[in-house]
Design a protein around this ligand. Structure first.
Ligand SMILES: C[S@@+](CC[C@H](N)C(=O)[O-])C[C@H]1O[C@@H](n2cnc3c(N)ncnc32)[C@H](O)[C@@H]1O
Length: 417
């Protein structure tokens, strides 16, 4: 139901970010890749992620979790909370094509006000048109969450569905959510919290590979899951700091509900070939799938495999230890910079060389370019070697190391062009 009131602008952006991780990555390149990625995905008629994410087995996994394990769901948690609030104000972070927000608006019984934001302006158009056509009170705004600013105590509910794992400035975003929620407010998160960049730890991948080999031929024949690979160069912002989401959330919020799930089912259900071999409408497939679901839940419960996703409802902590958060954030950034020391110094050399070139006469420039090309080719090789060594050595935190190297590579590419 539309409240009929004009939505106030309660969210905007700020450059005042205490710990700005975007400065120590090739951020414009990441943004470009991120926008390109989500502009080109398959989308369902109800404006949700399509393709492998719309496969029946994947949908059935969430039905199973909701009905048999959690006894709730994202939508139920949102509705249950909003039912008790008069004229709820809701903010959705990283709304994508907006299908979830449209569904929430259609299900709410009272008046409400929804603000939905996403980095990618081009993907909001269809949802905006539908909201207008159906007279829903939703404002879809293009906005970079890494620089989010929320008006103090302005929202009853903030939702982040599958978006936090794309965020670099987690500390900033969480402090803004904490400030932007009313005292009774809730933050509801459903997201990926697996291994940074690659999602699955080696143990999980090895388990899934073995499982597929043991499947009846009807399902497993000819299917080879890709082996585990170490995190490499960060493309876009997929999984960029995902391992840190949950521990950092705990600095600002207290979970009132927390479900961690998914140690390998994603590899089965969203596999482009394997996932399609399961039809939950067929009794035998349904029973076999359920046995796999039971196995996944058991692996997580018994601590054999780590969960890669979570659904959680949070309330605000009464007091946040800002000093401790700032000290920890500074230490993390320093550790990142220290680990990228070699690459950073290469970057400074590049800058010095470029300054020399621009200061010299035109006649000198051509020789200088030849010399640079040679030097840069050598350096590219060195960087590739460095990257291999660093990736191998610091696998679990590799995006922090690869980010400055990417920056150098990008600078080199610009010079060579
Ligand atoms: C996996 S999609 C999830 C979309 C939607 N919430 C859903 O569940 O269908 C991740 C979304 O995060 C958005 N995103 C990534 N980085 C962002 C940022 N810095 N600020 C705002 N949105 C961002 C992407 O554009 C993309 O739409």
């Amino acid at each position: 139901m539309n409240s009929g009131t004009k939505i106030e602008s309660l969210v905007t952006t700020t450059q005042k970010v205490e710990h700005d991780w975007t400065r120590i990555s090739d951020y414009s390149q990441l943004v470009e890749e991120e926008i390109q990625e989500y502009s080109n995905i398959e989308v369902t008629d109800n404006l949700r992620e399509g393709g492998i994410h719309a496969q029946n087995a994947w949908r059935f996994w969430f039905e199973y979790l909701s009905e048999r394990v959690w006894k709730t769901s994202l939508a139920e948690e949102i509705m249950a909370f909003c039912d008790d609030i008069v004229d709820p104000r809701i903010l959705s972070l990283g709304c994508g094509y907006g299908g979830i927000e449209l569904d929430i608006a259609k299900s709410l019984k009272s008046t409400y006000q929804i603000t939905a934001v996403d980095l990618n302006p081009g993907i909001l158009d269809k949802a905006r048109a539908e909201a207008q056509a159906k007279n829903l009170n939703i404002q879809f705004l293009p906005l970079d969450l890494n620089f989010l600013q929320i008006k103090e105590k302005s929202f009853d509910l903030i939702i982040a569905h599958a978006s936090l794992h794309h965020i670099l400035n987690l500390e900033h975003v969480f402090s803004q959510i904490h400030m932007g929620l009313k005292d009774h407010g809730r933050l509801i998160v459903q997201d990926i919290i697996g291994k940074t960049q690659v999602l699955f730890w080696k143990q999980n991948v090895d388990f899934a590979i073995d499982l597929v080999h043991k499947m009846p031929p009807k399902y497993g024949a000819g299917i080879e899951l890709p082996p585990y690979s170490e995190p490499a160069i960060q493309i876009g912002m997929e999984g960029i700091r995902q391992e840190e989401i949950e521990p950092l959330l705990n600095d600002y919020f207290v979970p009132t509900k927390m479900f961690k799930y998914g140690s390998f089912m994603r590899m089965v259900c969203t596999h482009p070939d394997l996932g399609k071999r399961f039809d939950p409408g067929i009794e035998a497939d349904k029973r076999y799938l359920q046995s796999l679901f039971d196995l996944d839940v058991q692996q997580v419960e018994e601590g054999r495999l780590r969960a890669t996703e979570m659904l959680a409802v949070y309330e605000k902590k009464d007091s946040v230890n800002v000093t401790a958060i700032n000290t920890a954030a500074r230490a993390r950034i320093d550790a990142f910079l220290a680990s990228g020391e070699v690459a950073q110094s290469v970057l400074s050399q590049d800058k010095a060389l470029l300054a020399e070139v621009s200061a010299g006469s035109l006649a000198d420039v051509s020789d200088e370019i030849k010399r640079l090309r040679f030097a840069l080719t050598e350096r590219d090789r060195t960087i590739a070697d460095l990257k291999r060594i660093i990736d191998k050595t610091f696998a679990s935190r590799s995006w922090r190391i690869t980010a400055p190297i990417r920056r150098v590579s990008s600078l080199l590419r610009k010079v060579l062009n």
